[in-house]
Design a protein around this ligand. Structure first.
Ligand code: C5P
Length: 431
């Protein structure tokens, strides 16, 4: 019935993400959800309809998704919904006949890279905590070695009942990742705790969980993003067109490989869910935040477009134009060069060079002048504020690595793949 179930898991097929070909210019897998075998357990609760969106987003992330519906889950959403979204059979029956390639819960459990239960009802959480195998989902949860992510959703009272809280504490103690629930409007119409965590949150945690044992596990990567804003007066600033996209993609790519990430940013994009976000505005604030973060950092990636100059003083009141004034003179002071001046032994520094001419020569000069391990050179006009980039990656004592036009997400994966051996080398040298 389900011939695809005999497939090995993605991690078995490809080896762990990023390993094997860390400097390959064209990676097969660029993020951990891609081709991962995810078993999505859906239990009974009105939030089960949101699991359809989660299944769809997992499929869009190129995961191979096997949905298992509990009896309660089937009361809310039909198997056909998930079958249509995942293009795979949906599993409901613990006693379905075995075939040559599919041995019920054993096959699903063995092939899974990750088990996600969303929504997890109070009843399912209790069954998981007690280790009950009274249905297919319970049997899979007991027999799989894959990590388990549980997203509870229920009424406020059920969630806060000591029984549910104790069961959740038991799961956490066993290493289960519990995401949410959130506070908000519940199906009853009352406000309270018990809303299913957002699909983005569940996806982000799933992604981080799949990547957590990657080659950057135990490393702390500090990433800056966005253009600094240098205030002229309370309402105006000097800024630039940087969107922050590159920095956010780098933060995600480092998390994908198991790193802990601090993202120091002027942008307000939605950050990777496991990143520690430090919002800043000015170059000086960014410098202070970077200085603090790199104390525990292994790598600093400065993707931010830092203003070279700032107004030498910020007016406390809004600057007024006068009828007799044709020209406004601004005096600017040079900002500190953050990446050039921040250093500590073993810190691997990666910079960007957005240039309008002599790309490689200018970037190489910056690599040397700022003490960088790697610099990513790209055309300033073509890149800043755009979703794509044509970049050349330059490392010391290596030929420039010219990459074709690609999304910033893909470029981030390429950069992080090259950062991994640099950090390993630092580790070996320091050992
Ligand atoms: O000299 P340039 O601004 O082209 O250098 C770009 C690189 O240096 C980027 O990685 C940028 O984030 C970083 N930079 C910095 N502090 C500054 C200016 C740039 O860290 N004041």
């Amino acid at each position: 019935m389900d011939e695809q179930q005999g497939e090995p898991s993605a991690l078995e097929r490809e080896g762990r993400l990023g390993q094997g070909a860390p400097t390959a210019p064209h990676l097969h897998i660029t993020h951990p959800l891609q081709r991962a075998r995810v078993v999505l357990g859906v239990s009974g609760g009105i939030a089960a309809y949101k699991a359809a969106d989660l299944a769809s987003k997992l499929v869009q992330s190129e995961a191979v998704v096997d949905v298992v519906l509990t009896a309660g889950g089937q009361e809310f959403v039909r198997p056909l919904t998930f079958q249509a979204l995942t293009k795979r059979p949906v599993h409901t029956d613990a006693f379905a006949p075995w075939t040559e390639t599919s041995f019920g819960h054993i096959t699903l459990a063995r092939e899974a890279d990750l088990l996600v239960i969303a929504p997890a009802s109070a009843n399912t959480i209790a069954r998981l905590a007690l280790g009950l195998a009274d249905d297919l989902l319970g049997a899979i949860a007991l027999s799989t070695e894959a990590p388990l992510l549980v997203a509870p959703a229920m009424e406020h009272g059920m969630y806060h009942h000591p029984a549910t809280q104790e069961h959740l504490a038991t799961l956490v103690r066993r290493g289960v990742i519990v995401v949410g629930p959130e506070r908000g409007r519940l199906a009853s119409g009352y406000e309270g705790d018990g809303r299913l965590a957002s699909v983005e949150m569940i996806l982000g945690r799933a992604r981080a969980l799949l990547g957590r044992d990657g080659p950057l596990a135990g490393k702390h990567v500090v990433v800056t993003a966005g253009g600094t804003r240098e205030p002229l007066d309370p309402v105006r600033f000097l800024g630039n067109r940087s969107s922050g996209t590159m920095g956010y993609a780098l933060a995600q790519a480092a998390i994908d490989h198991g790193a802990a990430v601090t993202l120091i940013t002027t942008a307000s994009l939605s950050p990777p869910v496991t990143a520690t976000v430090v919002p800043v505005e000015t170059a000086e604030q960014m410098r202070t935040a970077v200085e603090e973060a790199v104390k525990e950092g292994d790598a600093l990636i400065m993707a931010a477009a830092v203003a070279d100059f700032r107004p030498d003083r910020t007016q406390h009141q809004k600057i007024k134009k006068r009828p007799d004034q044709d020209v406004l003179d601004l005096r600017l002071t040079q900002n500190p060069d953050i990446i050039a001046t921040i250093d500590h032994p073993g810190l691997v520094k990666v910079g960007f060079a957005a240039e309008t001419h002599d790309l490689v020569d200018n970037a190489r000069a910056k690599l040397a002048a700022k003490g960088l391990a790697m610099i990513v050179a790209n055309d300033a006009v073509d890149t800043i504020g755009s979703a794509e980039s044509v970049a050349t990656i330059i490392q010391r004592d290596r030929l420039p690595d010219e990459l074709p036009r690609m999304s910033k997400q893909r470029l981030a994966a390429e950069i992080v793949a090259r950062l991994i051996p640099l950090l390993e080398r630092e580790h070996d040298d320091g050992a």
